[in-house]
Design a protein. Structure first.
Ligand SMILES: N[C@@H](CCOP(=O)(O)O)C(=O)O
Length: 486
């Protein structure tokens, strides 16, 4: 049975339930499986399996300490009528290019796929571990994770969730979604800072001894809804298999045929899930890592040097405005042939010097990856061209990836990570329309493109604003402590 170990090698191995409850290993590392599990399916099976059935196969393989009937129930709840498409992640096909639409969930971003499941997994993990404490979820967001995490955890008994988002640099709709979140157990704070600062604070609090004393006194188990939590990543593996199954069902590929995958990425969770899928049997020929102007990952893959010492840019693909890409640490662990000493040193270099150099032999292990970045102007141009040529509307993050795609002989899954309505102002600008804010922006986009405003957004601007508090980075710990105190 697999267990989970820290990428930095200085924490004991834990079960999958424990890894989900902890979020981050005590040594600051990220939990990774100590061996690749075997999926109980063949690629030929995929074309006749529902999304939920594929999810059962992936979840049971990666979460072997959970009872299978509990996982069935969790999956039934996570992928039910709250999804606006029965396939959960349908494909939109244009020749060899297939957009894997990951945005049909409650908050219209790919984060829903995992964050509809994570609360179920957390509850099951707590039951399994005999944990009778309240569970507090701390989350940093550049716009999408926070919204989706609250949609998942809102009013879940014995949980609380606190979200930190950068005050500047999220879309109008993301702001409205978060500030008007009605869940009684939700706490939302705008930060005078950027995503990296929010995420650093989350990681520090997860391993802060004094904060842990407070949690112990209050009988609280702390975890995270970010993709540093392995419980966030596992559900994301499922959709690559589901997309592959749809390609077989449509007759585009034969079982076993290799595909390419292109992913717009900031925190690297979505890309890493594709890599995990490939390690447990999905035939992937090539991965393209797409970045926006915060192109730290592009330089890393092209030059083998990760250097966060650069200006942090607020862009029109804001969910990817990230310079410290947490999940890369998990890829480094595999690229270094599971050498936690090397990973620990690289992470120390990143912390202390702001950069690290990947050893040459590990660069070879990443030869299936290439990387590129897309400017804000090209994002606008790509949205306009895609709409003009294919009459298909894409959001700015999907455009970051689309700009790097060029048609080849292989079928390609391109992760379409958010609804274009979630970034209505940017999409309107791209289409040469006035970027009106609020409900008027949704109406303008609907009229300009003769598309329907997603039902998930129907009453969004009627919800009252509940969360207005803005804090500085110095105030994070005390603010979260006050929120979580009974
Ligand atoms: N893009 C994210 C940033 C956090 O990433 P995560 O996948 O680690 O949760 C966002 O929109 O919040």
């Amino acid at each position: 049975m697999i267990s989970y170990i820290s990428t930095r090698g200085n924490s004991p191995a834990v079960s999958s339930a424990q890894a989900i409850l902890k979020g981050l290993a005590d040594d600051g590392g990220l939990y990774v499986p100590d061996a690749w599990p075997t999926l109980d399916l063949t690629l030929a099976d995929l074309k006749s399996l529902s999304y939920q059935e594929i999810a059962v196969k992936v979840f049971t393989a990666f979460l072997p300490d959970f009872a299978e009937e509990d996982l069935h129930e969790a999956i039934r709840k996570a992928y039910g009528s709250q999804w606006q498409n029965e396939q959960i992640v349908p494909l939109a096909d244009f020749g060899h290019l297939h957009y894997l639409e990951l945005f049909h969930g409650p908050t219209m971003a790919f984060k829903d796929v995992a964050l509809q499941a994570l609360p179920q997994l957390v509850k099951l993990a707590a039951k399994k571990e005999g944990l009778d404490k309240e569970i507090a979820i701390l989350t940093a967001t550049s716009g999408d994770t926070g919204t989706a995490a609250m949609a998942g955890f809102a009013d879940v008994p014995k949980t609380k969730i606190a979200v930190l988002y950068p005050k500047k640099g999220i879309s109008d709709i993301q702001r409205q979604q978060m500030q008007s979140e009605p869940g009684k157990n939700t706490y939302v704070y705008g930060l005078e800072g950027n995503f990296d600062q929010a995420q650093r604070a989350v990681k520090e609090l997860l391993s802060d001894a004094d904060f842990h004393d407070f949690l112990e006194k209050e009988q609280i188990q702390l975890s995270s809804a970010n993709s540093i939590n392995i419980g966030r990543l596992i559900p994301q593996i499922v959709y690559y298999f589901a997309g592959y199954g749809q390609l077989i069902a449509k007759g585009d590929i034969a079982p076993g045929e290799a595909i390419d995958i292109v992913v717009p990425t900031g925190n690297f969770g979505n890309m890493l899930a594709a890599y995990y899928a490939s390690q447990v049997g999905l035939p992937v020929h090539h991965f393209t890592v797409a970045s926006n102007e915060n192109n730290v990952l592009t330089d890393f893959f092209n030059q083998g040097v990760y250097d966060r010492r650069r200006d942090f840019k607020v862009t029109n693909a804001p969910a990817m405005d990230i310079l410290v890409s947490s999940n890369l640490e998990r890829l480094l662990y595999f690229a270094t042939n599971r050498n936690s000493d090397v990973v620990r040193q690289l992470m120390t270099d990143l912390q202390e010097k702001g950069q690290y150099h990947l050893p040459a032999e590990s660069r070879t292990a990443l030869q299936d990856f290439s990387a590129g970045w897309t400017s804000q102007e090209t994002v606008l141009q790509t949205i306009q061209e895609t709409y003009g040529k294919d009459h298909y509307l894409i959001d700015p993050h999907t455009a970051v990836a689309k700009a790097l795609y060029s048609e080849g002989s292989r079928h390609t899954l391109l992760a379409s990570t958010a609804s274009p309505y979630k970034f209505a102002q940017t999409v309107l600008t791209a289409l040469g329309k006035e970027a009106v804010a609020g409900q008027a922006g949704l109406v303008a986009l609907s009229e300009a493109t003769k598309t329907t405003i997603p039902v998930q957004m129907a009453n969004l601007y009627e919800r009252p604003i509940r969360h207005r508090q803005v804090i500085t980075t110095d105030q994070i710990k005390a603010t979260i402590q006050a929120a979580f105190k009974h």
